[in-house]
Design a protein around this ligand. Sequence first.
Ligand code: HEC
Ligand code: HEC
Length: 234
Amino acid sequence: MIPFILTVFLLTAPAANAAGDPPDTMSERVKSCTICHGESGRAEQHVYYPRIGGKPVGYLYNQLRNFRDGRRQYQPMAILLENMSDDYLMDIARYFSAQALSVYEPELHSLQSEERELAETLIFSGDPNRNIPACSDCHGRALMGKAPFIPGLLGLPRAYLSAQFGSWRNGGLARGQISDCMSEIAEKLTDQEINAIAKWLSIQTVSGNPELPGNLSPGLTQRCSSIVQMEIES
Ligand code: HEC
Ligand code: HEC
């Protein structure tokens, strides 16, 4: 508790404690984040900003460190995070992870039946011939993620999903330097497959919760070893 309080004082402008100011709570301090990401439960829908409420804590923490340290690039966030300590990023990750999943209306895209079939096969069965595991093996049967470091795939805008695959395939230009498992998978998928998957995911209704940890096969854990490692280090 004491280190937490110290961090808070170091990072808060002194004026914030003056009489009449809003109470110094975590929800006040993350206002700079919620202008884009939306307040929990009342998230405004945006074509690109991802929802972050209710995501696995280890995943959020890893992403915040990635943005701060330039392994994942998005300038407006890098500036906000640049002077924040690991401990403080963990506090932020815990705060958002503890929020209810943000409300999100499925997007409206029309899907041809072949596209639907293609997406569902890859998502739930993968393609053993090309050594592509099913997305649901790691992201959970409900595709809502697995604690503590695998995010869910529902409730994300199609434009955001496509952009993530684009950066993984670009050899980690904007994302993926440490995300060995997703880069490897993204490189094996065709544009048509990524397009079908992103459309399929963005039109689903968000329901269910992240699965508990502990049921990833050793082969899958090995694929994502750098991410598992980050978790252990923290
Ligand atoms: C100017 C708008 C904006 C602000 C302010 C902002 N973000 Fe973001 N955030 C984004 C966008 C856009 C992305 C996706 C970036 C990308 O991958 O291209 C993102 C991605 C994220 C992710 C990764 C989500 C995922 O599913 O991978 C997390 C976590 C996050 N932001 C947390 C925060 C926190 C915490 C703050 C406040 C300190 C913050 N953001 C402030 C726009 C913003
Ligand atoms: C071997 C395990 C594994 C498999 C299989 C897998 N993923 Fe992932 N995925 C991960 C991990 C781990 C992360 C978190 C990456 C990070 O921390 O940077 C992730 C992240 C993601 C994200 C980022 C979500 C966000 O909020 O930004 C998307 C999108 C994604 N995966 C889509 C897929 C799709 C689609 C498939 C199937 C074609 C798939 N994944 C298969 C392990 C996997």
